[in-house]
Ligand binder design. Sequence first.
Ligand code: ADP
Ligand code: MG
Length: 381
Amino acid sequence: MSSVSETARKTFLEAYGTEPAGLWAAPGRVNLIGEHTDYNDGFVLPFALPQRTVAAAGPATDGRWSVCSTLAPEPVVFGVTDPGDVTGWGAYVAGIVWALQDAGFEVPPARIALASDVPLGSGLSSSAALESAVLTALIDLGGLDVPPERRPAIAQRAENVYVGAPTGILDQSASIRCREGYALFLDCRSYQVEQIPFDLTGEGLAILVINSNAPHQHVDGEYGERRKSCEAAATALGVPALRDVSTAELPQALERLDDDVLRRRARHIVTENQRVLDTVSLLRSGRVREIGPLLTASHESMRDDFEITVDQVDVAVQASLDAGAYGARMTGGGFGGCVLALVNTDRADATAAAVAAAYQERGFTAPTSWVATAGPGAGRI
Ligand code: ADP
Ligand code: MG
């Protein structure tokens, strides 16, 4: 049993004085490419991290829900709930109960204990890992018939409406629908998915994930502002979403927008969607190295057009490229978080060291780096 599962089990035992009925795990994720495209009805390509959140869970006899975490051992207890009742981290759990009920399901009262090795607030989606672990546990405990393709939207509604964070469908889809050894090509309009083989070891390649450890600042406000800009650009262009503008139509579309900020925001989304499609085509035909320039172009677009990067991530990308990476980009919503770099496996350590040296030179807090492989999605363990 992994140490995270064992910790979840022990935390449950200590909090509730009995063994859990089972353990359910859901992973954090890295988005290979396709940033801020999800809420524009576009395309994303995440894979699941081996790091995950484990929910130890069992039935409750008092008709209520209790949840604790290694980070907050005193259980949060709530009954039938509406947005606003539970605040703080417990809102992610109460939100899942509420969203499942709101979707018409009879949610079993339960006791839950959480443990996780997904870094919090680093753009690897510890929030979706938590939601997805709890959702999967409650569905299994209650024997609820919720098909996998419906689950991400339920978890997203918990985060959007109950927690109040206006995130897209990417994170929950990744945590729930990813498969080991595959990246998940998701159409965020139709929710159609295609599993894209993503096992790089045979190619002598690796994805190095570099946590910039930069403090997140103004994330929620900036995120909301980007969403509004994208909606405003789509409205001005008379399309339901920026997904409906192709790269061929882009020059003409840009001429029709009279605001430079909107033009740049729209250009990022339209070109980013195309980069996802191009990345998927290359991966389908096994041309993995060739996705490098697309990753780097994605970063430049986030830096210059979407303006969501910070010095630490720009430096990590540049240092990775200087150390010989095929491509590198920030991953996640931005304003800090992580960078991923496509490197030869035998260059992973040297690339991590090069980034660390660049950080030291500038007086940044040291980064944390590791090689990430595509792990499994949410499920019972
Ligand atoms: P990210 O999803 O990028 O890690 P978020 O800000 O979206 O960052 O979510 C982080 C929040 O999720 C934490 O502040 C906390 O409220 C909650 N959270 C995530 N994992 C846990 C956990 N294991 N125990 C308690 N709360 C957690
Ligand atoms: Mg999150």
